[in-house]
Design a protein around this ligand. Structure first.
Ligand code: ADP
Ligand code: ZN
Length: 212
């Protein structure tokens, strides 16, 4: 089963992605994570990506699509399928993806935008396992309760950059909802401030129907 996870920044894609990937035994492919790893390792792609990411803009489609095409050609994607998180993010990327992949389901998380600014600006991420936390529930803790890794604040989780990411989502990514609705493969969910386990239960119930 090949799945796309769609939703605004801060909708909880990353958290749901980890849970879906664990449950169905598929690799979790996050273009954001791939770019951040490249930035950390100071690769050529990392250097290019950083200039866009720091401004809350999208990395050019050609670069992003090639990375995904190469990643999907790896062996671990040919067993139980894969989960794409943060890709595609534009119609052009979706059209390109159609040339080298067959998508079975799109999990779309709709969320009230008023929840997102506070969520993203208060977000702390584990540098080892990628799990997200919110400062309001950390009680001053600086390490990950899942793996003990150090928590950090993403450079793009500041009010100005978050606002441009939300604008980019509305203008360039939200049209994908229509694109996949027309293909008849979209599954719609509502993100809330409830514990992520609640939404995961709803998503898994729908995906279970497709696996069987
Ligand atoms: P979020 O969904 O919280 O914004 P991501 O980790 O998915 O975070 O992405 C972080 C940044 O990486 C994006 O703002 C964008 O600059 C870049 N990026 C990630 N995925 C893509 C993509 N598919 N196309 C273009 N740029 C991307
Ligand atoms: Zn961790």
């Amino acid at each position: 089963m090949n799945i796309i996870l769609l939703g605004a920044p801060g909708a909880g894609k990353g958290t749901q992605a980890t849970k879906i990937a664990d449950k169905y035994g598929m690799p979790h492919i996050s273009t954001g994570d791939i770019f951040r790893a490249n930035i950390k390792n100071q690769t050529e792609i990392g250097l290019l990506a950083k200039s866009y990411i720091d401004k809350g803009q999208l990395v050019p489609d050609a670069v992003t699509c090639k990375i995904v095409e190469n990643r999907l050609a790896e062996d671990d994607c040919k067993q139980k399928g894969y989960l794409l998180d943060g890709f595609p993010r534009t119609i052009a990327q979706a059209e390109e993806l159609d040339k080298f992949a067959k998508i079975d389901a799109v999990v779309n998380i709709n969320i009230d935008f008023s929840l997102l600014m506070n969520r993203l600006c208060g977000r702390r991420v584990c540098k080892d396992c990628g799990e997200s936390f919110h400062v309001s529930t950390l009680n001053g803790a600086t390490t990950c309760s899942r793996c003990g890794g150090e928590l950090y604040q993403r450079k793009d989780d500041n009010p100005e950059t978050v606002q441009s990411r939300l604008d980019v989502y509305t203008e360039q990514t939200a049209p994908l909802i229509d694109y996949y609705t027309k293909k008849g493969i979209i599954l719609n969910f509502v993100g809330t401030d409830d514990p992520p386990q609640v939404l995961f239960g709803e998503i898994a119930a729908e995906l279970d129907k497709l696996v069987k």
